[in-house]
Design a protein around this ligand. Structure first.
Ligand SMILES: *Cc1c(COP(=O)(O)O)cnc(C)c1O
Length: 410
């Protein structure tokens, strides 16, 4: 019996790949051999370097972007019965952190070009219970902070930036290009998951200009302890600790923080490589086969953590992705919508106006039309610094062919 020879398949082009080499290995080694492996001197150095990189007065390292968001909700004073205005069109953690503190997410729609919060929807979503706005720099594209802050300041609301994807992104602020994270609002939360631009495996950072918030977050990340372990270790006198608040274990390890310091050094070159690739995609895709490339406003410089392409709406997203997979190109659904997920039943969220008064059904909301359209008709395509020009050309060909195939119904 003979078997058919295996079909030759070109190696899969992944959606993302972390940029790490012997420099990160050496940094991790240094931390491991130092004798202090969690929340010690390497974490302090990482915090100092990160604060300097984004011009923030304070930077507090934590174990993940989600932990960062949770602590931001705590120090912003968001609690039981409060409302936080945000977008459904984001990674689920944006919504989860609001629910962790017993508050209610109130979703507003996005702008189709940037996939970011539409500031013109904010005013209508504010109620007597609104405490904060949680805006997202989705896929690294800065959201319209100027317009968001204008509304927030009039209503005395805290603004938290979900900057999970936005390390190295820039915004034009009072005539100067500044990195996201200064922060331009009240608190900014970063993630260092491998899918983000700067990675430590897992990890996060919160930046703020408020010394009191920074101090509280430093306590909460370490069980509410009055004196962190490393401070006790280096103190001349025996120093007993007390537990001041209900805290968490959101510590970052020194091994991760050592890697993070190298990643900060790499950040400018990683962002430059991504911006070059994104410009090439825009040039090669715009106007072809009904595809629409994302829009970068004149006041924004994305780090292009993710690159989303809109497909013609009469085509099946799944079919296009399947055809690209068969051509050796990984893709992802663009960005999820929290309100579509079983984890967020209808009674757990509102969609603006008088809370809960919307008549929309389970899993769909007519006030979130642009969010749902982006969710259903856009895909993420590979973009990372190590993507070779020849690989990028393969992605473009695969996408154009997949659209043709989907259109032909094959
Ligand atoms: C990745 C991400 C998070 C969560 O970060 P983790 O480090 O995975 O906890 C939160 N919000 C957005 C928008 C993200 O992309």
């Amino acid at each position: 019996m003979t078997t058919a020879p295996p079909t030759a398949i070109a190696p899969l082009i992944p959606i993302a790949r972390p940029e790490m080499d012997e420099r990160e290995v050496a940094a991790a080694r240094r931390a491991i051999l130092s004798g202090w492996v969690t929340q010690g001197p390497e974490v302090e150095r990482f915090e100092t370097a990160f604060a300097a990189a984004v011009s923030a007065p304070y930077a507090c390292a934590v174990s993940s972007g989600t932990a960062a968001l949770h602590l931001a909700m705590k120090v912003a004073g968001v609690g039981l019965g409060d409302e936080v205005i945000t977008v459904s069109h984001s990674f689920i953690a944006t919504t989860s952190c609001i629910r962790y503190v017993g508050a209610r997410p109130v979703f507003v729609d996005i702008e189709p070009g940037t996939f970011n919060m539409d500031p013109s929807r904010l005013e209508d979503a504010i109620t007597a219970r609104t405490r904060a706005i949680l805006c997202v720099h989705q896929l690294g594209m800065p959201c319209d902070l100027r317009a968001i802050l204008e509304v927030a300041r009039r209503h005395d609301l805290v603004v938290v930036e979900d900057a999970a994807c936005a390390a190295g992104s820039e915004i034009l602020w009072q005539g100067r290009w500044e990195r996201i994270g200064r922060p331009h609002a009240d608190i900014a939360c970063f993630s260092f998951h491998p899918r983000k631009v700067l990675t430590t495996g897992e990890g996060g950072m919160v930046t703020t200009a408020r010394a009191d918030w920074d101090a509280t977050m430093r306590r909460l990340r370490q069980h509410g302890m009055s004196l962190p372990a490393h401070a006790r270790h280096t103190a001349a006198d025996v120093a007993p600790e007390t537990y001041l608040d209900l805290g968490y274990n959101y510590r970052l390890t020194d091994i991760q923080a050592a890697i993070g310091q190298v990643q900060i050094e790499r950040l400018p070159e990683m962002v430059a490589a991504r911006r070059r690739l994104a410009a090439a995609y825009a040039g090669q895709l715009t106007g072809h086969a009904g595809l629409v490339a994302p829009v970068e406003p004149a006041w924004a410089r994305s780090n292009w953590q993710g690159y989303c392409v809109r497909l013609p709406e009469n085509l099946s997203q799944h079919t296009v992705m399947q055809h690209m997979r068969a051509r050796g190109v990984a893709t992802r659904m663009a960005v999820m919508c929290a309100h579509r997920e079983p984890a967020c039943p209808r009674e757990t969220w509102s969609c603006g106006g008088a809370a809960g008064a919307c008549d929309c059904g389970e899993g769909t909301c007519r006030k979130l039309r642009e969010s749902e359209r982006a969710r259903d008709h856009a895909i993420q395509i590979p973009l990372f610094p190590g993507l070779a020009d020849s690989e990028q050309a393969r992605v473009v060909v695969a996408l154009l062919e997949a659209v043709d195939a989907a259109r032909a119904g094959t």
